[in-house]
Design a binder for this molecule. Sequence first.
Ligand code: CMP
Length: 146
Amino acid sequence: EQERTFVMVKPDGVQRGLTGEIISRFEDRGLKLVGAKFMQIDQELAEEHYGEHEDKPFFDDLVDFITAGPVMAMVWEGQDAVRQVRSMMGETDPAESAPGTIRGDLGLDLGRNVIHGSDNEDPGANEREIDLFFDEDELTEWERID
Ligand code: CMP
């Protein structure tokens, strides 16, 4: 099923110059970019985006980290896009991520793991995150030629 997923290159990935490489990986895989925004996340958006983690001991650090510099927020579309992106990203912890995955190749540690992608264990997380970051008129329908 064609679906959309929310992905963002986190501040560590932007600062280390990895944005282009990450976009290329998704393009090469055949996914379609339908929205992108280079932006600074404020405190309120960070707390809402990571709301499910508000009781975790690392919550404040997570919010500080994600607001520390610009991110590249994106929406990618394709067959089973949520699962595809999750498998390309690897595990949350780069040390647990296989070589060939984005975090396995580029991630440094649990905090500096370069990228976020919508969870597939949390039904509807992709649509919620897309709605949180993008207005409908910021998403563009187009056709890839492969
Ligand atoms: P992400 O997929 O963006 O979703 C929540 C983030 O919390 C996760 O990636 C990690 O970067 C971060 N995270 C998870 N566990 C820890 C932890 N124990 N310490 C610091 N950060 C964490």
